[in-house]
Design a protein around this ligand. Sequence first.
Ligand SMILES: NC(=O)c1ccc[n+]([C@@H]2O[C@H](COP(=O)([O-])OP(=O)(O)OC[C@H]3O[C@@H](n4cnc5c(N)ncnc54)[C@H](O)[C@@H]3O)[C@@H](O)[C@H]2O)c1
Length: 264
Amino acid sequence: MMFLLSGKIAVITGGGSGIGLATVKRFAKAGAKVVIGDITDQTQLAEEIGGLYIQTDVSKEEEVKFLMDKAADTFGQIDLVFNNAGVSGMKGRVTENPVSNYKRAFEINSMGILHGMKHAAGHMVRGGAIINTASMLGLRGDVNSSPYVSSKFSVVGLTVTAALELASKNIRVNCICPGKIATPMVNWETDAQRQATKLIIPLGRYGTPEEVASLVHYLCTDEAAYITGQAISIDGALSMGLSVEAYEQLLLNVNEKPIPQSNC
Ligand SMILES: NC(=O)c1ccc[n+]([C@@H]2O[C@H](COP(=O)([O-])OP(=O)(O)OC[C@H]3O[C@@H](n4cnc5c(N)ncnc54)[C@H](O)[C@@H]3O)[C@@H](O)[C@H]2O)c1
């Protein structure tokens, strides 16, 4: 495998499922010592990869501090952090969505990231890389999803600011903005919804957790040594516009006049 991580100590939150799980496996294969923080028990996974599992709720600052302190005490320091744990749902219009939904989204998706950066940075004595999981919905809106969207916009803000502040310590901070990725997080979708979503994605399919893990891996290596403070999309161009098929079905069919041949 390219991009060996031998000798690196990595902490991954939300490592028990989906994108986090794919990254745990990839990092372990690349030679990193991986510490998994998750609310669900990942003792067996940690044993399988020769790593460590610490039960962690990222919304609780003292638990994230314990996770980072324990990782550094056990392995000497921390080099790589993937602040990835997150929740979705909390659906509803801005005018109707209960405040409790925003609190839940912010406590896990935003504060979880803040806690991770705050308590890892002091242990990253050799420098290193922090990757935060934002979302395509950290860069644009989505109907019925304002708790999630606003919590993920905040991840981008935390990331770019931390990148400025930690640059002198040679700690790079980036966030990733996945589009639709086939993980348990999107299991609630019906087949019809999934078909409709695939139709609008220019690449015509959902991304895989392994594809996202591959981006996280790259950002953690010296090959990405000059990349910091960025929000990097991995979404099959979904954030860029509609697929040709969706464009033709949704827009061309209702156009009675031919499209003007103009470049402007
Ligand atoms: N799947 C997608 O389409 C998609 C798109 C954009 C962004 N994301 C983001 O990617 C990240 C990973 O999502 P996924 O799709 O792999 O979802 P997933 O549900 O498969 O995995 C989420 C993991 O986070 C853990 N977790 C949840 N709350 C936690 C908490 N409070 N403390 C610690 N761990 C907690 C869960 O136990 C689980 O292991 C999330 O931040 C999510 O918002 C996902």
